[in-house]
Design a protein around this ligand. Structure first.
Ligand SMILES: Cc1ncc(COP(=O)(O)O)c(C=O)c1O
Length: 465
């Protein structure tokens, strides 16, 4: 096995999710997808395609109808200022991640220097490492509540030896975006150093600031057709289609044939029925994306509004994307340890920040894309309780794991921990006729029984409090 593959880090988000196995009460905000299913009319387009027998291989670069529909959309948004986007600059791929991988395969040789702006979705840096690149990172900084790029630092990092610059804006996990002026400066510099730009713009439509074309600033707005620029997009986020695996890339026209060859050797094509669903999604975009964006903005405001007053939490309101990247002060540094403890002790599932940048110590990512917005308030409530308990450090971790945010249920006994849980139990739940309820108290990290209650209670729901 190649050493670059052996040295790839395993997914830490998955590690946290594994810690939640057997804990159905955990409120999970770790994965980057909405919990809302794809609109019915998009699903129906795929069903119709299958029923009509479209079960065969397709053109490497995608169905011409879909490529044309994408070119129309992209031209409408970005085709002003001399950057004409026609269908011979478009390749359809099974997912945005595959488009990113092929762009890196097409551009990067082993040993090439690659610069990436971090924190960033880890697949982007892993792909360069898989190709044997030498990776340098330039870190965004949270300044006055917003993530910012030191533009000069980035420009200094891109030299004539730099083959590729990788940017993701709007950014996962911070929501950071580039301004058009920054894009112009970066592009002008990359022209002089002969450096390609790979911009992952899959969150382009999920942007909450007003702009003339109703999306985040794009490198396509400032580039010319022949610039060394590849922009990657996806149906996943703005059309609620994560499981469909459909994305696309926009590139200079003279690169398209080479990408067609790479598609042949990677996946051969995206499946036809998903492409038909993609065509439908674009045709009826106005029925999906604006609603998704409006809802996500509400989710963002609820989450950030609830997190901001907590004194131990540092959080900036993201301008785009569907994540809040927040820092917990005083809970230790290793985000993986914090994330696992939150799962076990608070019933809260967040992604550890060091997945996105090794130096993001103490940072955690919330994905706020949830249909039921009350989950966000519940999640922050659990975090707050956990913080108030002084992070529940206790040798008897089993006791806490099962008690915080729910009740511990064993041998017909319900253990209810702490004053808050005790109160909310009595307030929120009907009484139970069959079970013995035992009240306990946390006392300097030790559990001590304060009273045993043999009263008879009617129906008790063993649900999260
Ligand atoms: C920044 C970024 N790029 C690309 C993707 C992948 O998109 P797709 O589902 O189209 O592969 C993700 C998914 O979370 C992402 O966060």
């Amino acid at each position: 096995m190649r050493s670059s593959i052996l040295s790839l880090a395993e997914s830490k988000i998955r590690e946290v999710a594994n810690a939640a196995m057997g804990r159905p009460y955990v409120l999970a905000f770790w994965f980057g997808e909405s919990d809302e299913v794809t609109p019915e009319f998009i699903c129906q387009a795929a069903i119709d395609s299958l029923q009509q027998g479209e079960t065969f291989y397709a053109h490497n670069l995608g169905l011409p109808e879909l490529r044309q529909a994408i070119a129309n959309k992209m031209s409408h948004r970005h085709g002003h200022g001399g950057n004409f986007i026609d269908m011979n600059r478009i390749a359809v791929t099974p997912g945005g991640v595959n488009a990113l991988m092929m762009a890196v395969q097409a551009i990067v040789d082993p040993g090439d220097r690659v610069v990436a702006v971090t924190p960033v979705w880890p697949n982007l840096t892993a792909q360069a490492l898989i190709m044997g690149a030498q990776l340098t990172t330039v870190a965004l900084k949270p300044i006055n509540g917003a993530w910012q790029l030191d533009l000069q630092q980035l420009i200094d990092a891109i030299t004539p030896a730099t083959r590729l610059l990788i940017v993701n804006a709007p950014n996962n996990p911070t929501g950071w975006t580039l301004t058009p002026d920054e894009q112009k400066i970066i592009l002008a510099h990359c022209r002089t150093t002969d450096t390609w730009i790979l911009d992952d713009e899959v969150y382009e439509s999920l942007y909450y600031e007003p702009t003339f074309n109703h999306c985040a600033p794009s490198f396509l707005d400032v580039a010319q057709t022949q610039d060394p620029l590849v922009v990657v997009h996806s149906f996943s986020k703005s059309y609620l289609m994560t499981g469909w695996r459909l994305g696309w890339m926009v590139m200079p026209a003279d690169m398209t044939d080479s990408i067609g060859k790479l598609i042949e050797f990677n996946t051969s094509c995206a499946s036809v029925f998903t492409q038909r669903a993609g065509i439908m999604a674009l045709q009826r975009e106005s029925e999906v994306t604006p609603r998704v964006v409006k809802h996500l903005q509400t989710c963002r405001d609820i989450l950030v509004g609830a997190l901001s007053p907590l004194p131990q939490v540092q959080v900036a309101s993201p301008r785009g994307g569907m994540y809040a990247f927040s820092r917990l002060h005083g809970a230790g540094d290793d985000p993986l340890v914090i994330a696992k403890r939150l799962v076990q002790e608070a019933g809260l599932g967040l992604a550890p920040g060091n997945v996105f940048a090794p130096d993001a110590q103490g940072w955690l990512r919330w994905c706020f894309a949830t249909k039921d917005v009350s989950r966000l308030g519940q999640g922050v409530g659990r975090l707050q309780q956990w913080l108030q308990k002084g992070f529940c450090r206790n040798k008897d971790s089993q006791f806490f794991r099962n008690a915080i945010g729910s009740v511990w249920h064993r041998k017909n006994t319900l253990l209810v921990v702490g004053k808050i849980l005790q109160n909310s139990l009595l307030r929120q739940n009907p009484l139970n006729p069959t079970r013995i309820v035992q009240f306990c108290r946390i006392n300097h990290g030790r559990r001590s029984k304060i009273r045993r209650d043999h009263r008879v209670y009617p129906k008790f729901h063993l649900k999260c409090l």
